[in-house]
Design a binder for this molecule. Structure first.
Ligand code: ATP
Length: 240
């Protein structure tokens, strides 16, 4: 059975259909990357999966249970966690309190305050600091740590490198290694294609809210993905 099964998912911003008729299936332990230009609908799709944005049509089934109508906090309690674009920390609260907030949705599993700090040791000397005073890379580590504290079975990572220096991005991905080693099921949005290919098992290319191509990472070339990224190939061409 798939861990996540998405059928005919539609999400709108007012009159704009940002996510159109998306079908996705994800097995336990798989890592899917969503690739597409700005505005392709990646963030809206992740937010809809997490229950932060409403689905206008379609179904989201997680571990065999239809979660389409469930609010975000109930999806988190079931094991779906989003690391949102822009991190969305409680900036005036301490780092420790930002992490502890996630305990409200805590599920049994390997991640707790100590194991998160072991994965992100750069946060240890910052535990009492206000989250807003941290560097971008450190804030990203808090955002990922907060999601891990819920012991997710499905982690949705939205552009964790956005706005960070190359050194900070490397730091975040170094810290993510312990997560990647656990084979946590992932849906990842990442602009850096090299990184995407090195992490993902499967890639889905989004264009104007639709999946226009998808395949195993080892069977798609960067050129193919770039063509879909810019809409140079149609789905019919890709199938030939
Ligand atoms: N809050 C909003 N209100 C109105 N339109 C929105 C809103 N958020 C996104 N959109 C529109 O929905 C479409 C999809 O945007 P979305 O942010 O999901 O794409 P994206 O692929 O994640 O892009 P980016 O890489 O820029 O984050 C775009 O046309 C965008 O302008």
């Amino acid at each position: 059975m798939s861990l996540l099964q998405v059928t005919g998912l539609v999400a709108r911003h007012g009159l704009l259909q940002a996510v159109s008729d998306i079908d996705l299936s994800l097995a336990e332990g798989e890592r899917l990357a969503l690739v597409g230009a700005n505005g392709a609908g990646k963030t809206t799709l992740l937010r809809t999966l997490a229950g932060i944005h409403p689905a206008a049509a379609g179904r989201i089934v997680f571990e065999g249970r239809d979660v389409t109508a469930l609010p975000a906090h109930q999806r988190t309690a079931l094991g779906m966690a989003l690391v949102p674009e822009g991190r969305r920390l409680f900036k005036s609260m301490s780092v420790a309190d930002n992490l502890r907030v996630a305990l409200a949705a805590h599920r049994a599993g390997p991640w707790n305050f100590d194991s998160v700090l072991a994965a992100f040791p750069q946060l240890v000397p910052k535990l009492k600091a206000q989250a807003g005073s941290l560097s971008g890379g450190q804030q990203q580590a808090v955002a990922i740590g907060r999601a891990l504290m819920t012991n997710p079975r499905l982690l949705l990572l939205d552009e964790v490198s956005l706005g960070l220096s190359p050194v900070a991005v490397q730091g975040v991905y170094d810290s993510l290694q312990s997560l990647l080693a656990t084979r946590t099921t992932l849906i990842l949005v990442e602009q850096d294609l090299q990184r995407t290919f090195s992490i993902a098992d499967r890639i889905a290319c989004l264009l104007e809210g639709r999946v226009v191509a998808s395949g195993r990472a080892g069977e798609m070339t960067r050129e193919e993905v770039m063509d879909h990224y810019f809409g140079h190939r149609t789905t019919a061409e890709a199938a030939r």
